[in-house]
Design a protein around this ligand. Sequence first.
Ligand code: RIB
Length: 300
Amino acid sequence: MKILSLGSLNIDFVYSVGHICLEGETLSARALERKQGGKGLNQAAALARAGAPVFMAGCVGPDGDDLAETLARSGADVSYVRKIQEPSGSAMIQLADSGANSIVVYGGANRKVTPQMIDEVLSHFSPGDYILLQNEISCVEYAFRAAKARGMKLAFNPSPISEELFRYPLELADILILNELEGRSLAGIQSSSGEEILAALARRFPQAAVVLTLGEQGALYQDGRSRLFCPAQKVPVIDTTGAGDTFCGYFLACSMKGMPPEQALAMATQASALAIGTKGAADSIPSWAQVEAAAARPGR
Ligand code: RIB
């Protein structure tokens, strides 16, 4: 059983700022760094570092050689990453002193993924293999249908939320992994607690296992059999960028290893706690050995 991350690879431009820039404000950044990111790349890196047999598919431009190279160093197979003429996708990330972030993404090459490319990549996968999708590339709806037609298990991280996302056949997803903002949008409810969002999502998507991340509070899980809560650890926050991607990759990798959901949640929570203690998106994803060691530490 293997897993395909069909998604974005971005050049992240990270601006270190005192606070997130307000509407109408001009702000000086202390530093600007160029890093490797994109939800597809980050989640594939997390899967690889957690030991899952992961393949990355997507498009980069002539400026994006380091994206696939970095991911390959994490242990992912990058042979389905295509180099095209369009500039690579990019993200403008404001990283505040508090560790909070604000992200604007530009699709670039990520928006040049075609049905033909998806069909070609999927021809290398079999029923029972997993596909992991996010919402930063073109043809997501096509990928949903094509992957399910092949009998693959579909995990979806509906990020970022867009208008077109509401037209996707979300009822085909086997696993939904999302945060509270995304959960509220998908459930169509405004202000509500995590428990209420989870209950609404479970009613709306009864076929899916739903994993709802709650930031510093932890994560909730519900499937047809169980409803679980895993508290987050209290750790110093350096950079929250990519923490959700780390959670996503670790949760899926642990599920693929056959761990029950409570154990997969605990490992994913531990991995994202380590990720927020380090700067960067893909850079901050811990190895399996680091996560296991942290999980075994007394009093965690
Ligand atoms: O989830 C973090 C990621 O979101 C960043 O790496 C950025 O590229 C955007 O895709």
